[in-house]
Design a binder for this molecule. Structure first.
Ligand code: ZN
Length: 340
């Protein structure tokens, strides 16, 4: 089937799970009650995607407060009690981040509960997202390793353990989210791609990397204003990714200033093309989705195109996110009729 659909990863959380319309939203409950709420929200996320005609589902990232820190919470060697302010993504925004204070080790499984709940409630393909090692290394304060690369590889090893366990849970696609790749372009070819490959080592399921221009929050939309009329970051990093064994690359296309001819730098890769803008509340039409797929198809074989969202929808209003999910499903269906 042409143009299978997926989402970058996250969906908004219901207001009974966490404070709505915000990143890093505080949970509404704790302990067993929170665990039950996360389970219910995960089932709901699966159902909403199925109803919208999404083919490769995620658990909507309902069980994690943030795409990076959800992983870090299960890592030993990190001091969450004494967060420090750090300018992240080259000072694009300030965040209160935990500190690495000792050798990094997993306390146990990170995402087993939500992966198994999602797996038990759908027969469709399941994708699971993990933060990439470079992005994690840019979102914590190092007080132990004294070497960003060494620390990133330590995280890569932990990510690899969790990724293999997720694969054993029945996950079909493991996607590493590396927004930092679009910021530290030189470092991607120096070590970022190698750290990513370490995280994906030995996986037999499908592997993907998501490299975006971020959530639709003000710090990101302001940053995009400084990037000029053409966003060419992918041009610097795609050659390194093209040489890697990572099979799929998820990127931003809709309402983006990325010149899509850069996709020709990814021969053989499956492109998860962002056809839904997460930085705008305007809901796409099915025609809008078809238009982006047609543009991407000039540079990527039809059989290698997956339709997705530009980035996660975590901070979005739920009704808008649901309408965008429906547009994604309907748009890909229309594209199959037109181009199939
Ligand atoms: Zn993203």
């Amino acid at each position: 089937m042409l143009f299978p659909t997926t989402i970058a990863g996250s969906l908004p959380k219901p207001e009974w799970l966490a404070e709505p319309n915000t990143l890093w939203a505080p949970w509404r409950s704790k302990g067993d009650e929170l665990a039950r709420a996360k389970r219910d929200a995960t089932m709901l996320a699966v159902k909403l995607q199925e109803d919208a005609g999404i083919d490769i589902l995620t658990e909507g990232e309902q069980a994690r407060q943030h795409f990076v820190h959800g992983f870090l919470e299960k890592v030993e060697g990190i001091d969450f009690a004494h967060k420090v302010e750090l300018g992240i993504r080259k000072d694009r925004y300030k965040a209160m981040v935990p500190q690495v204070v000792a050798p990094l080790m997993l306390k146990g499984r990170v995402h087993a509960d939500e992966a198994r709940v999602a797996r038990a409630h759908t027969t469709r393909k399941l994708k699971f997202t993990l933060p990439g090692p470079m992005t994690i290394a840019d979102t914590v304060a190092d007080r132990y390793y004294g070497d960003k690369v060494k620390m990133a590889f330590a995280f890569a090893e932990l990510l690899n353990n969790e990724a293999k366990a997720l694969q054993a849970d029945g996950v079909d696609v493991i996607q590493f989210d590396e927004p930092a790749f679009n910021v530290f372009m030189d470092e991607v070819s120096d070590w970022g791609i190698k750290a990513l490959e370490r995280a994906a080592e030995g996986l037999t399921c499908t592997t993907a990397v998501h490299i975006c221009y971020g959530y639709g929050i003000k710090a990101n939309t302001d940053w995009k204003q400084t990037l000029g009329s053409e966003w060419r970051q992918y041009e610097d990093i795609f050659p390194a990714i093209a040489k890697s064994p990572i099979q799929q690359v998820a990127i931003e296309c809709r309402n983006s200033k990325v010149p899509l001819d850069l996709l020709a730098l990814l021969p053989g890769k499956v492109v998860q093309a962002g056809v839904i803008d997460v930085a705008s509340d305007t809901v796409e039409t099915a025609e809008d989705v078809v238009t982006v797929i047609e543009q991407v198809a000039k540079f990527v074989p039809l059989s290698h195109i997956v339709a997705t969202t530009n980035c996660g929808m975590a901070p979005m209003r739920r009704d808008i996110a649901e309408a965008k999910l429906a547009a994604l499903g309907a748009g890909a269906k229309l594209a199959r009729e037109r181009l199939g």
